[in-house]
Design a protein around this ligand. Sequence first.
Ligand code: SAM
Ligand code: SF4
Length: 446
Amino acid sequence: MPKVFVQTIGCQMNESDSDRMVELLGRHGWGQAASADEADLILLNTCAIRDKAEQKLLSALGRYRAVKARRGALIAVAGCVAQQEKERLLRLVPAIDFVFGPDNLARLPELVARAGSERFAETGWMDAEEYLFPRADAEAARGRATAFVTAMKGCDNVCAFCVVPQTRGREVSRPFAEIVAECAALAEVGVREVTLLGQNVNSYRGGCSFAALLRRVAAVPGIARVRFVTSHPHDLSDELVAVFRDEPRVMGHFHLPVQSGSDPVLARMRRDYTVAEYLARHDALAAARPGIAITTDFIVGFPGETEADFEGSMALLRRARFDNTFSFVFSPRAQTVAQRRMGSGADWAEVPREVAVKRLERMLTEQAGITLERMRAELGREVEVLVEGTGDDGGRRFGRTAENRLVHVDASEAEAPTGALARVRLVRAGQASLTGELLGLVGATS
Ligand code: SAM
Ligand code: SF4
């Protein structure tokens, strides 16, 4: 049986696409290799959001060249870098056999059959009306407590820094009946928590609103927890806020990327909200679900960002007291507005890298303090943790609270089986995780 090895670089969307590729090839007689050394096909599923991910791809390709030389393995590149670079990747790296973009995923078995006799790049788009979301194989999720479910793909926004509209194409929402059926199939094999995925998932329009979709998924028998990622603030409707008020199966965590705490920077980023509007949405969520954990993304050193603009981001971070932030230095991406305009005037002046890195360090330090305080505030509380498995840290069981905080529990697998909702008292708090004592298991919740 030929074997495939997939290396995923990037977000949950890429992780989920990688799973679909393995399942699809599995239906065509392929097994999964434990390492690239045993593989007949090495697939690199890539991210183009920042420079680092592309560099990771090139260094990984360097390592896999040796495997190709030794056993003739095919090498393919998928995902956002593939979509953006197309044939250029074939020219740049002779070891690559073929390249394919996200919309060509369903054709993978056919592409593999073609490879070997020719080198090619398949990066066309499918019509929105014809687009078929790859079906997840629920059986592959047996034994797992959580699963990702794709709700939509692409993005119709025009954020000045972002390459996603180019690499993932126009928005297409998956019909709600398909999503609900996939969640039901996952629940049948024991999955208790689903995370709905989309680059801009709350602009979902697959036959109902996103808020209505969440309620439909929350009503699937056996599904105890619903999450979603990632959202744009301008699609955070009152209807969605209301879901947090009265649907307890939608978990109390919201990832709401803000990008900057300065109105002029937000305007240049084309984010179409002000800091005050963002905070109003943030506060509405906090009022609808007391104790909700709100996390965010910041870009530091966007062109033209002054010291005062950056102080605005720091002030917002302190005001919102985010549970966590994912902050990165601005990375100019090809064919984006920000890359084209950078250096074209004072407003668009490039921020020197050393300055941006210093700002980022300040932001990370400030957030680390807030995160730790918030984690410590959890001590002594009794929470529900969905057990996901055994950690690599000496055999403790681990899982997440409703607010998506990682918790380690001193318990055996028999005491806290995967998929169980455990009642836990939190006794230790660290930057990245909490430790808790097992009090018992919650009975049937569906
Ligand atoms: N759709 C989400 C939104 O609009 O908020 C974000 C999805 S994007 C794939 C994930 C994060 O990557 C963004 O929130 C942003 O902070 C970061 N990002 C995107 N482009 C970037 C760039 N050129 N440089 C640095 N960070 C970037
Ligand atoms: Fe990129 Fe998100 Fe903006 Fe879409 S909404 S362009 S994915 S940052």
